[in-house]
Design a protein around this ligand. Sequence first.
Ligand code: ARG
Length: 595
Amino acid sequence: MNLIEQLRSVFRPILAKRVEDESKLLGYLGMIRPGQNPDLADYQANFAMPLAKTLNKKSPELASEIISELPKDGLIASANLAGPGFINLKLSDAFLAQALSQIRSDDRLGASRASSPRKIVIDYSGPNVAKPLHVGHLRSTIIGEALHRLLEFRGHQVIADNHLGDWGTQFGMLLYGYKNHLDKAAYEKDPVSELARLYKLVRKLGEAKSDEDEGDTANPVVQAYRQETVKLHQGDPENNRLWKEFMPACLEEVHIIYRRLDVHFDHELGESFYNPMLADVVADCLKKGIAQESQGAIVIAENEKSVSLIRKSDGAYTYTTTDLATIKYRVEHFRADCCLYVVDFRQGDHFKKLFTAAKRWGYPNIELTHVSFGSVLGEDKRPIKTRSGEPIELNELLDEAIRQGREKYEASRSEREERGFRVPELSDAEIQEIAEVVGLGAVKYADLSQNRTSDYVFSYEKMLATDGNTATYNQYAYARCRSIFRESEVEELAFQKQNHPVILGEPQERALALQLLRLDEALITAEAEYAPHALTSYLWEVSKALASFYASPNCSVLKASSDELKNSRLVLCDLTARTISLVLNLLAIRTVERM
Ligand code: ARG
């Protein structure tokens, strides 16, 4: 069920009489869009101006001509000329009502599947696992998981792959720490915390300035841990044995976070997995003539400005070499049609060069896309840090979101009680459950609701607001729909199977109905742009429409003037709850039944 597509199919034969070229025709049909002003138009068609030019006509006349050719029954209730040739369209209430009845019996609520499903690898999260996850890993993990769920829901075959940094200098740091500063008893008791402590200690000793900084080679500790990394890569048995020993603890550390965030991967093929393939990658690039020697190193040079190192003069392979091996593996082993890299914008240059090199190397047909995103900023508008300048650890950040989520929820309960509203009786465990759902949902939603390429300021206050485009706002809308069912003592599952005509008498009912029918449009936009924020914007529209409906004295559900009207309104509530929960679930955000 896609309203825009339905409209396009009404306009298609009318335009086809005037436009022969199919791709031009599609271009004009693409100019049918949601209305700017919902009072005037549900949708508007903007093709008359450009089309009139090619036909040597005046655009208002052409628009009027086209309006007169529109079929009079069915989908469109009114089509009006506006301005220089815009066509404002209102859909018929009967059509909307019937469409709602149709999607009620569908678990997908009328959402379509991609017409040509693809095999898509999504590469997201990819933390360096020798150290605790920090706030810098948040966006890739959250955006990646949302795209994973969205694309799967759209019918694609998705392979979620966590390209772990499990082979870099950070492991040299752990090896150095282990050999020189280990607290044996602590390690035996809790290897995860002891390794985290060692990592931080060695970082301090090496005076590495940031998490990405590998330290100044003038520092003897840095020299020593780099040496440990080289030994690891060259196959030193002890370092390799220790690496194997560390890995489960390192992985457990990140898996704890994934469990909390409800994030799931099909594979975790980290950098180490590709290590045995790197020598062949370099040899093959040389053989195919896309790489050459330069001052003892091997490089792929697109031109003077765009050069990637694939083997350093000391023989070490690079991030690019590993990524080339990864692309080869994904094409040859997974048979992927598309590979999405959900990675920080700062790696833009790396991916640009990588993709060009991969195409020249022998993979011209795969779609390679850098799904780039901006930074998470602190209140001072600089990349977020703790007071002492350390990156904020993700576990602590999530704990704090839940703590503040609880505070906010309890405050809103008291406020509602003071204003004379009923609040649900809940046990402490239930309140804690709400705090988790609200707190974690807020963190995810705040991130996803940004245009992903922009930076955003991380603010618990803003993300937990009960009003505005937040997770909580949608979670309340969901819970409200559910409570209406409880209060009317109607059991949803049984109700869903009953046939009840939808009556769209009030403007708020109609506005809500229209939003409920726009789910597919939102999903398609989100997929086309790899943009989860198209889903949050949509949710916000649905929840706002519910709020107007709920607030309108003419739309009372429980005190509706007839059973028909009451049932029709219950249909709207049921569909609203199901829509919100479906979309929130695609964003890995939970709901609660009462709050
Ligand atoms: N481990 C990398 C980092 O922390 C991210 C990996 C992204 N994926 C990739 N195939 N390069 O920056």
